[in-house]
Design a protein around this ligand. Sequence first.
Ligand code: GAL
Length: 487
Amino acid sequence: MKFWNPEKIPVILYEVFTKVEKLRELKGLKDLKVRAEGQIIILLMLFMIFELSGAALDLPARTLTVVTDQIGSGSVYAQADNLKAEERYNSVELEIFSWWTAPGEREGLDYLIYSFQEEYPEIEVVNAAVEGGAGVNAKDVLKIRLLRNIPPDTFQVHAGAELKDTFIAGDYLRPITELWQEQGWQEVFPEELQEMVRERGEYYSLPVTVHRSNRLWYNKEMLAEYGLKPPQSPEELTAVVKILAEEGETPLALSSRNLWPITHLFETLLAAEASPDQYRALVRGERSWKSPEVERTLEIMQKLLAHVNEDHASLTWHEASEMVLQQEAVMTIMGTWTRGYFAARSAVQNEDYGSVVLAGNNPSFLLVVDTFAMPSATENQDFTRKWLEFISRREIQEKFTEVLGASPPRSDISHEDLSSGVREDYLDLLDQEILPSIVHGAAAREVFVNALNEELNVFLYENNISGTMEVLNQLAEIYLKPLRGRR
Ligand code: GAL
């Protein structure tokens, strides 16, 4: 532990000063006149206490920032933030922000971080992941940090509408077009993915996964026990669910604790019920959400929801996946990160579990793309560039995506080098209709996704098809029309 670091004195003095000020405010002592000399003495005393405890000088700037955040805002805090930003510039840290904390995701991120650190031992990587599937909590924390000008050095963000309408439109990102050109990424990433991270000719992030959201995962032994084939369409699914329910099983594991898995189920069924053109028109706000395919989707959901686990409101996506491994439920509908989860739980595909694409007659690929971006206020640009370059590498992407259960976004990876499950998705990308996921940020603005999450969770309890369609249609009217002045 370091006891003396003169460079940090201004930062600490500022922190102490702002806390004394805030304390006075909180304690209703606003009017108390503390003379300048008095303040200096208090500051010095507090500084000495910090110094002697050895704690303050070792606290990273962001820890102090978080403390400051909790007690309020104001211009004095903004100044403190600037000081901290300056300090961060000189630091040796790279702070990586994501929501990869669940089994499978966590191992994937660890792999990236450990291998990065092997190459750059002088850079101290801070894993600032915030728990919660699909970024349900991370996105809130991130927005506060961006608004307060205390960004991480790089953060996870979905390619497509989420990247564009939240972060690029809000001017929170620094374009990385030069890096794209310098690294020749235009030659190795498919144009569809490039388009999802590009706006007005500038590139804003780097794709690191291609996940597929429309998959069904099942317990092999249980389906076999009842002589059932894995259902590959909504129609087959409702039939199998009915049989299993009659047998006294929980046919489908569901999680609704974080709301979004209900929308995940909805969009998987919708993509199967709608034609690809209808699906695209719906998410672009060019087709009524009171259309027959939306109605059919809700009807199917209604049938399925009658036979899900009762404790869904307390479960996360991976706890629902775990139910399938534990034979507490037979199937679950989730993205390919469930493959990563199962692998982390040492479950073997085609032995412990099986997986099929759940689509209609026209199999489609519901696309989810994770990327990493560089916040505009990041001072540590050099480290962020090193990180982005590192995670773009072929051998890194190949291994990392395997751990996560995703396909690699680079197109120069041989399918023969992929595991059988991932390979199937990777090859499907070449010849199936690719449709953007709504709930995982590819297709629609976040404000729509959040409202949809809420409304579909109301549906979960109220079961009102016509009322839900009415609301969905209104939401689409308001939020799915293109933003003016963009594109
Ligand atoms: C998705 C994300 C995946 C995985 C999943 C569950 O939104 O793209 O990488 O993290 O959420 O958390």
